[in-house]
Design a protein around this ligand. Structure first.
Ligand code: T1G
Length: 696
C-alpha cells in the first residue's frame, strides 16, 4: 500500500510528498506521516529546509470529513500545523488544485507558499457548519488582513491563486515546474512563522461590523458564521496561543451543533445522486453536442442558456417570429445582466449567444442529438409536440420533456421510440436553479439515462433520478406542504405568520409568497382539472376565490398579498383576511391562534410523510436524494439537511407519533407512511435505510 506521506532527500532539502487519493484529505495516516516528516527534517543536520507537495490532482483539500463524528485520533490537525510553524527550518508549501480547509491551514503553518496559476485556496468549513479549526481563523487574518479573511471564511468560496497572491497568502505564482520553483524558494525562504505576524488592525472594526450585518441578513439562523467572526475578533485582541484556544473551543461548539451534522449529511448526499443502480462507467453514452429546445419562454429560454453555458450548441424553436425574437432578446438581456455584474465578459456573452440559433422550422431539429420540449403544461400539447418530433428527429436522438408533473410513459407512448424518451425537469429560472429531476420512464433505455446523468454535470446541474409519478419527487411532496400551509391560514394563522415561521426555519421563501410568485392560477387550473373530490377544499376555496377575482399573485399586482408596482415585497391585505374568515365560517372551522412550531411541524411532516411514500415506491432511489431535491429545487435550508434528515434528527418515533395524531384529527389528509411506521418501530432512520440499500 502506498504511504500516505513519503519523504525523500534532494540535496539539503527534504521533499515531503502527501499521497492520499482522491483529494489528499488529512486523514489520520496523513497527519501521522506529516509529523514523522517534521521529525526527520528537524533531526537531520544535513537538511536545511523542506518542501511540502501533494501527488494527484490537488493539494490537501481539507480534514477527512469521513472521520467526523468518530473519536478524534492524535495527532490532531492544530498540532500538526503548529509543529510545522515552529520548526527551526523553513518549509515551503507547493500548491496545485484546491488547497482547502485543513489543507490550507497546513500551508499557512508553512513559512512560504508557491502555487501554480490555476490553483485555488479556500476555507469552506462554513459550508459544513464548521469553522477553520486548525488555526485558519488566526493565521489567515495575519497574512491576508481581516477583511479578506472574513470574506474567505464566511463565503467559503474558492479564491484564485492570483487573488490570494495579492492578499499576501501566496508568495510566488509559477508557470514552471511547481516542485522546482518550490525547491528554489525553500533554499532562500526566511524562517517566518505566520503566527508571529501581527494582525493589521486598520479597518478591522469596520470589516467585523460589515461581516456581522452580512451574516445576519444572508446567513440568517446559521450558527457557524457568528462563531467565525468571534474567532477573528479573538485574533485581533489576543496573542496567538489564546486565539488558538478560542478557535478550538468554538470549533467544538460548531461540531456539536446539529447544523454541522446536517451540512455534512448534505455534502455526501449531493455526491451520491449520480450513483444509479444499473448505470456504471461502462454503460454506453450517446454523444450530445447539439441540443434542440422547443419553446423560447421562461423555461425554454433558461434551458437554452443552461445548455449554452455548458458548451453545447442550441437550436431554439418557437411557433412564430415574435415569440422567438422575444425569447432571444430575453436571453441576451440575462447574459448582459451577468456581464454587468462582472460574472462574465462581453466576449463571453457573444460566445454564448453564438451557440444559440433560433428557428421556426421543426425540420431544423433533425440534426440535434437531444431535444428538450418546454411547451405548455398540457398533455395534449405535449403529445402533439412529441408526435412531430418522432417524425423529424434523427434516429438515436434523445427526446426529453421538461414537464413538471405529467406522465412520462404517456408522453413516450405518443412516439415510435419510447426508449429514447426521458423527463428532464428543470427548475425556474433554469439557467440559475441547480436542480434537474431526471425522470426515467418504463421504457427509457439505460444509455439515455446515463447520457442524461452526464448531461446534468456538464451543464452544472445536480441531476436527481426520479421514477415516473404525478409530480415526480419535489412537486409531489409540495402538495401536502401547500395544503397544510393553506389550511392553517383558514384555521387561524395569518398568511404572513405562516410564511414568517417557515422563513425563520430557513426556507428561502414562505409557501404563500411562493404561490404569489409562481401564480395562484397554476394551482387553480390543476384543481379545476382534478375535481373537488380530490383535495381538501377547505384549504383552497379561499385561494380560488382570489383567483376568480383576478388576484393571481405578483403578476397581477395582488394575490394573497398586495404588491406595490415594481416591488416584490408582500403586503398583508385586510380584504384577504375577510375572505379567509368567511372561508373558515363556511368550513365550520373555529379559528384559533397557531404558533410557529405547529406551522413548521405540520408543513415538514407533510413533506416527510410523502417523501417516505416516494421512497417506499422506489420513485426516489434514496432518502438523501429527496434532501438534495429540496435543498436545490425548493429553497430548503441546507443547514437543516433536507426534510428527510430533519425527520431523522427529530427521531422517527417522534415523527410517527405526530403523524398518527394528525391522521387522527384529519384522516382525509394524512395516510401515515408504512415505511415510517416500520423504520420507527425498528428504531431505525432514513439514513440507515439508505445505507442498507447501498449495500444491497
Ligand atoms: N474528506 C473526505 N472525502 C472528501 C473530502 C474531504 N474533505 N473532499 C472530497 N472528498 C471525496 C468526495 O466525497 C468524493 O468521494 C471524492 O472525494 C471527490 O470529491 C480542521 C475541519 C475538493 C473541491 O470542505 O469541496 O478541513 O464520492 O466529487 O467535484 O479546518 O470535493 O468519489 O467517494 O467533490 O472534483 C474542508 C470538500 C473540510 C472540501 C473536489 N474541506 N471537498 O471536488 O470532487 S473541513 C472541504 C470539496 C476542515 C479544518 C476543517 C470537493 C473538491 P467519492 P468531489 P470534485
Amino acid at each position: 500500500m502506498t504511504q500516505a506521506v513519503s519523504t525523500s532527500r534532494d540535496g539539503d532539502l527534504l521533499i515531503i510528498m502527501v499521497n492520499n487519493p482522491p483529494v489528499n484529505a488529512l486523514s489520520h495516516a496523513v497527519r501521522q506521516g506529516l509529523m514523522e516528516a517534521a521529525d526527520t527534517l528537524e533531526a537531520d543536520d544535513g537538511l536545511k529546509a523542506g518542501v511540502l507537495i501533494c501527488a494527484g490532482r490537488t493539494f490537501m483539500a481539507g480534514a477527512d470529513i469521513r472521520e467526523f463524528g468518530k473519536p478524534p485520533q492524535a495527532p490532531h490537525l492544530p498540532e500538526v500545523v503548529t509543529r510545522y510553524e515552529r520548526l527551526a527550518k523553513p518549509v515551503v508549501a507547493a500548491i496545485h488544485g484546491t488547497a482547502l480547509g485543513g489543507g490550507l491551514e497546513v500551508a499557512l503553518g508553512c513559512h512560504a507558499r508557491v502555487a501554480v496559476a490555476s490553483a485555488k485556496i479556500g476555507l469552506p468549513e462554513v459550508k459544513l457548519g464548521l469553522l477553520p479549526g486548525a488555526g485558519g481563523t488566526q493565521r489567515l487574518p495575519r497574512l491576508a488582513g481581516v477583511a479578506n479573511a472574513l470574506d474567505a471564511m464566511l463565503s467559503g468560496r474558492h479564491v484564485a491563486a492570483l487573488e490570494a497572491a495579492k492578499w499576501g497568502v501566496i508568495d510566488q505564482i509559477t508557470e514552471d515546474d511547481l516542485l522546482e520553483a518550490s525547491k528554489t524558494l525553500a533554499r532562500t525562504a526566511p524562517l517566518r512563522p505566520t503566527g508571529d505576524i501581527p494582525v493589521d488592525k486598520a479597518g478591522a472594526d469596520d470589516a467585523i461590523a460589515a461581516a456581522k450585518s452580512n451574516a445576519a441578513k444572508r446567513m440568517r439562523g446559521q450558527f457557524a458564521p457568528t462563531q467565525i467572526i468571534k474567532c477573528v475578533e479573538a485574533a485581533l485582541d489576543l496573542p496567538l496561543e489564546d486565539g488558538l484556544k478560542t478557535e478550538r473551543a468554538l470549533f467544538q461548539d460548531c461540531m456539536a451543533n446539529p447544523q454541522s451534522a446536517a451540512l455534512r449529511h448534505y455534502f455526501f448526499a449531493e455526491r451520491q445522486v449520480a450513483r444509479v443502480p444499473g448505470i456504471s462507467k461502462d454503460t454506453p453514452r450517446r454523444d450530445v453536442t447539439r441540443v434542440g429546445v422547443i419553446g423560447a419562454g421562461t423555461m425554454g429560454g433558461g434551458i437554452a442558456m443552461a445548455c449554452a453555458n455548458g458548451g453545447l450548441k442550441v437550436m431554439l424553436l418557437e411557433m412564430n417570429a415574435d415569440a422567438l425574437d422575444k425569447g432571444l432578446a430575453t436571453i441576451r438581456k440575462n447574459y448582459d445582466a451577468s456581464a454587468a455584474k462582472g460574472r462574465m465578459t462581453a466576449d463571453d456573452v457573444e460566445d454564448r449567444m453564438e451557440r444559440i440559433t433560433g428557428t421556426l422550422d421543426y425540420a431544423d431539429l433533425s440534426a440535434c442529438d437531444l431535444i428538450i420540449e418546454a411547451v405548455f403544461e398540457r398533455m395534449d400539447v405535449k403529445k402533439e409536440v412529441f408526435g412531430k418530433l418522432d417524425k423529424v428527429a434523427r434516429a438515436g436522438a434523445i427526446l426529453a420533456s421538461n414537464t413538471s408533473y405529467l406522465d412520462i410513459d404517456d408522453i413516450a407512448a405518443s412516439t415510435s421510440r419510447p426508449s429514447d424518451v426521458i423527463g428532464l425537469h428543470f427548475f425556474s429560472p433554469a439557467n440559475v436553479m441547480r436542480l434537474l429531476e431526471i425522470v426515467r420512464g418504463k421504457a427509457t433505455a439505460p444509455d439515455v439515462l446515463a447520457t442524461s446523468i452526464d448531461l446534468a454535470k456538464r451543464i452544472s446541474k445536480i441531476g436527481v433520478v426520479s421514477g415516473n409519478c404525478h409530480g415526480f419527487i419535489g412537486n409531489r411532496m409540495l402538495r401536502g406542504y401547500g395544503r397544510e400551509a393553506n389550511l392553517m391560514v383558514v384555521e387561524g394563522a395569518a398568511p404572513q405568520d405562516v410564511d414568517a415561521a417557515l422563513t425563520s426555519f430557513g426556507m428561502a421563501m414562505g409557501p404563500l409568497a411562493v404561490g404569489d410568485l409562481a401564480g395562484l392560477d397554476i394551482g387553480y387550473m390543476t384543481r379545476q382539472s382534478v375535481g373537488r373530490a380530490n383535495y381538501d377544499t377547505r384549504a383552497y376555496d379561499w385561494v380560488d376565490e382570489l383567483v376568480e377575482a383576478g388576484r393571481k399573485g405578483q403578476k397581477t399586482g395582488k394575490g394573497i398579498y398586495l404588491y406595490e408596482p415594481g416591488n416584490r415585497r408582500p403586503i398583508p391585505d385586510p380584504e384577504v383576511d375577510a375572505i379567509i374568515e368567511r372561508a373558515a365560517e363556511t368550513a365550520q372551522i373555529t379559528r384559533r391562534s397557531i404558533g410557529a412550531d405547529e406551522i413548521v411541524e405540520r408543513c415538514m411532516l407533510a413533506l416527510v410523510n410523502e417523501g417516505a411514500q416516494i421512497l417506499d415506491e422506489g420513485i426516489a432511489l434514496r432518502a438523501s436524494d429527496i434532501d438534495v431535491v429540496y435543498v436545490n429545487g425548493y429553497g430548503f435550508p441546507a443547514h437543516q439537511g433536507g426534510p428527510m434528515h430533519w425527520a431523522d434528527a427529530k427521531g422517527l418515533d417522534w415523527v410517527l407519533d405526530r403523524l398518527k395524531d394528525l391522521a387522527g384529527k384529519t384522516p382525509q389528509n394524512w395516510a401515515v407512511s408504512p415505511l415510517i411506521e416500520s423504520l420507527a418501530k425498528a428504531g431505525s432512520s432514513f439514513a440507515a435505510y439508505d445505507a442498507e440499500k447501498a449495500k444491497a
